[in-house]
Ligand binder design. Structure first.
Ligand SMILES: O=P(O)(O)O[C@H]1O[C@H](CO)[C@@H](O)[C@H]1O
Ligand SMILES: [Mn+2]
Ligand SMILES: [Mn+2]
Length: 398
């Protein structure tokens, strides 16, 4: 019987989105611009020279890049031995839930609520609700911000006042940063749970707890205890279709949060290095008929938003070097697809995601060019492969 593995390299876009201009992102291309920077010797921290991703390239990554954006990159160019294509998103958000839900067969039918880039970004009733839920006389921040910058700037004041640091971005999010020990991790998580229903009613996609540790003297850093409280997907997704037919969807990384656990049997968490071990173990152990859905977030969170080109290149090269370990234990009848949820070009202005096409490369379907597909076609194809009745908005490319 068949098994399926869907592996999202968070933010590894390949340019070419037809609506990129509407997002201010015309010309952005995460993978190509990283490869360009590497080739030009501008990504030499902790690595050196041209971008090396021979294993994903052998499946068809370079060919997918050329389908998406017409870009040829010297570092790539293997003759593909898997399936390869470029997926275009129709949801009107370049955020993580939109990308993942659409990959799982469900494009987002609504416009997300975005907080304006003003000071304050939040309206008075939201600020009042935050103060009430936190039990504080005020909040800190209250504007668009980068999460690492804002704790550096306001961390000391947070320790002095005890007020939570609340901020947002070009995504539909309310993020709350607080010191794990001074404010308390449980208290932060409860604050996020308390404010989430109001945000979800407003069509704010996620409330994100951003706990951190450290001191004003030595600096502050975020911990792994981030928690995303996402609005429910608009309708049943691939994860539910799997569960409805008596099989199981196993989540690795942020997938459980992104889908509010709907249709998900179990979740494995940790750093991307931990997640890689979980994924390889899943390839070895997952029963026939089941679906494994993994998200590797560090490309996005540690390097894309931080505009760290060398760091992003290191992460790509590390991931690529693990690919043979993922593929080796695959069985006859397995399908594995590597893809992404949006772009986050580290050479682009600002610190936000970029609207891009994403790669669809994989193994288990012979050698085939898919050309241009939709995000939802990925979900439909996995459903087809697993013999599920529901296929969602997409069309199977099997
Ligand atoms: O700057 P940080 O806190 O990492 O925020 C980033 O992470 C959020 C959720 O993925 C995005 O909305 C983006 O702004
Ligand atoms: Mn993402
Ligand atoms: Mn992000």
């Amino acid at each position: 019987m068949a098994r399926a593995f869907l592996v999202v390299l968070d933010s590894v876009g390949i340019g070419g989105a037809p609506d990129a201009e509407a997002f201010g992102d015309a010309g952005s291309n995460t993978l190509a611009h990283i490869a360009d920077a590497c080739a030009a010797g501008r990504a030499e921290t902790g690595r050196s020279g041209p971008l090396r991703m021979p294993h994903l390239d052998a499946l068809g990554l370079g060919a997918a890049l050329s389908v998406a954006s017409g870009r040829e990159v010297d570092a790539f160019g293997a003759r593909p031995q898997g399936i390869w294509g470029a997926a275009t998103e129709v949801s009107r958000g370049k955020d993580t839930p939109s990308g993942h839900w659409e990959l799982a067969g469900v494009p987002v039918p609504w416009d997300w609520h975005l907080f304006p880039d003003t000071d304050p970004s939040f309206p008075p009733d939201v600020i009042a609700a935050l103060k009430r839920a936190a039990g504080t006389d005020g909040i800190l921040g209250g504007t668009h911000a980068s999460g690492t910058e804002v704790i550096g700037r306001l961390g000391a004041e947070h320790l002095r006042t005890g007020w939570p640091i609340c901020y947002t971005s070009a995504d539909s999010v309310l993020q709350i940063a607080a010191h794990e020990e001074h404010f308390g991790l449980d208290r932060l998580l409860q604050l996020c749970r308390d404010i989430a229903p109001m945000m979800h009613d407003m069509r704010v996609g996620r409330v994100i707890a951003r706990p951190f540790l450290g001191t004003a003297q030595d600096g502050f850093s975020r911990t792994l205890n981030r928690k995303d409280l996402a609005i429910d997907p608009p309708s049943p997704t691939l994860c539910d279709w799997v569960a409805d037919q008596g099989a199981q969807c196993h989540a690795i990384g942020k997938i459980g949060d992104i889908f509010s656990m709907r249709g998900i049997a179990d979740v494995k968490k940790g750093t991307d290095a931990d997640l890689m071990e979980h994924l390889i173990a899943a390839v070895c152990d997952t029963p026939d008929g089941d679906f494994v859905f993994a998200n590797f977030v560090e490309f996005d969170a540690l390097y894309g938003h931080r505009r760290d080109v060398a760091g992003y290149a290191r992460a790509l090269e590390w991931f690529d070097a693990q690919v043979p370990r993922i593929l080796a234990p695959m069985r006859q009848g397995d399908l594995v697809i590597f893809t992404a949820d949006h772009g986050n070009d580290p050479t682009w202005h600002g610190t936000e995601h970029t609207r891009e096409r994403v790669p669809v490369v994989g193994a288990g379907m012979g050698v085939r060019e898919l050309g241009h597909v939709g995000f939802a076609d990925v979900g439909a194809s996995i459903a087809d492969h697993l013999g599920l009745l529901s296929r969602g908005a997409g069309k199977s490319f099997l």
